[in-house]
Design a binder for this molecule. Structure first.
Ligand SMILES: Cc1cc2nc3c(=O)[nH]c(=O)nc-3n(C[C@H](O)[C@H](O)[C@H](O)COP(=O)(O)O)c2cc1C
Length: 142
């Protein structure tokens, strides 16, 4: 059975490239064997991540990630059973939220800024799906 989980969190410290690289390296090392796909969006102070895969694998990985000291205030925004993957091309694609067009943020939110802690999980997921079609996700197939 496949599930999709979306969470948001705040970076424990302003995000450095080295932290970002190490998270992506860990994702690429572990996710394929666990059948996990998804995307990781980040800005200076925020993470948004979609995890797709088997229910046990997604829950186990989420529990590991939630304990990671590189972020805090980890909040599940959505968890659902799915029939097919939407982020299946990415072992863990990544998106720099600073590069997202403000008009795209305005389409799904009250202001041209991202606040997933206040927005509905549905709106945030719709934004992430649009990021895929806008080809802003890096790391396809890696
Ligand atoms: C925002 C964030 C996203 C993460 N995403 C993943 C992931 O998709 N896959 C993964 O294996 N680890 C991910 N991690 C890292 C895990 O929390 C954990 O540090 C790692 O899996 C441990 O790997 P290691 O035992 O090889 O060092 C993430 C961490 C953070 C802070």
């Amino acid at each position: 059975m496949l599930v999709r989980l979306l969470y948001a969190s705040r970076a424990a410290a302003p995000l450095k490239a080295s932290v970002q690289d190490s998270i992506l390296e860990q994702s690429r090392r572990h996710n394929p064997a666990r059948g996990i796909t998804g995307i990781l969006c980040y800005s200076d102070d925020l993470f948004l991540q979609v995890l797709e895969g088997g229910r046990d694998e997604v829950c186990e990985l989420y529990n590991t990630i939630a304990r990671d000291e590189r972020h805090r205030e980890v909040r599940i925004l959505s968890f659902e059973e799915i029939r097919e993957r939407r982020f299946g091309h990415w072992t863990m694609g990544h998106v720099n939220l600073a590069k997202v067009n403000p008009s795209l943020l305005l389409k799904y939110g009250e202001r041209a800024e991202l606040n997933p802690f206040a927005a509905s999980g549905h709106a945030t997921m719709a934004l992430l799906e649009e990021l895929i079609s806008a080809a802003l996700v890096v790391g396809r197939g890696s």
